[in-house]
Design a binder for this molecule. Sequence first.
Ligand code: MRU
Length: 409
Amino acid sequence: MGHSDGARAGTADRPGMAVRPPADTAARPPADTAVRPPADAPLAAPAAAPLAALRWLGPPEGPAIELLDQTRLPAEETFLRCDSVPELVDAISRLVVRGAPLLGVAGAYGVALAAYRGEDVVAAAAAITAARPTAVNLSWGVSRALRSYQAAAAGSGPVPAGESGALAAVAEAQAIATQDAAASAAMAEHGLTLVPAGARILTHCNTGGLVSAGAGTAFAVILAAHRAGKLAQLWVDETRPLLQGARLTAWEAGRAGLPHALLSDSAAASLMAAGQVDLVLTGADRIAADGSVANKVGTYGLAVLAKHHSVPFVVVAPVSTVDLDAPDGASITVEHRPADEVTRIAGQPVAPAGTHAYNPAFDVTPPDLVTAIVTEEGVIQPVTPGNLRVLGTPANDIAGPQSAVYVER
Ligand code: MRU
């Protein structure tokens, strides 16, 4: 595993660090290997030049996965190279790469990495999946790549099984990234219909280009609203304990030129009470069959507040985040993380040594608090088990009371 610093070209400040030009100007392979918004996606591309959050390096440069190290943003645009599955698992666990859609892409490339290295691909898939249990996109992406690998390896004919399997896994990972970019653009369009003119939108955690091959999930809608002249103000929750809002969303909002302000999570209540929020938009890490939404801890509190203040609470997530095998919120595994993420801020202790902490990374919002779920397939409103099951169903084959579903296709 190695770091390369994209922001300080020409200064190798750590032994073993490769140095490269700034991320935006770095020589890159064709776009199909880099996870970035397509140049011609009108709603998906950020105003600032896109930053590739993940890049697959095939032989001879690799095999390896290069990640924009999100633990170092916004101070440094540093890239981390993972040459092995344990390195990737470590990067996923430490949130170097994070956010549901991008975890799906990273997991799929992880399977390809194991296949290229001639390793036990099934064991590698299990290790990657276990790195973070809540975001269903991770196991979904891993499973897709594993199935492709196994199918190709089984029917490889004269081509060595490992080689054709590895190529198939890479192709599947690239397909997942391409589909994610398209889903992001479609969610932006669907979500825009729910944004009122002059909207003051509150968001939580980070849901932009850093977590997606496109412009993201909730952030893609916010960006579309800005481009459509509908965004008056973006309120960015700082998102304790790891500050994805302060470090990452504020950074993305600044790059895209959005009018925005940062608030501590606990200020959201008085902000809503003051009538300063017209809409809450968040992403999701797993949506159960009953419409329960697991997302970054703090989301549930926002949904309760939104209900109390009659503010629409809208979740934006691709269909790959919907887990119809999870019947309800109680069946979703919530990841608990180390205490020092709470007892420290940016590495500095803020609590007495030895203080115990409660640190769930996510919480679960029940469906009755969710006004709508925006997916690439359309808008689910109201959020009911029947309406969720419509996802993935051909438009002319929807059973049940369609009047209950507002689905734009
Ligand atoms: O722990 P993280 O930073 O991976 O959590 C990310 C979130 O909770 C996002 O809101 C979620 O993945 C949806 S965004 C695409």
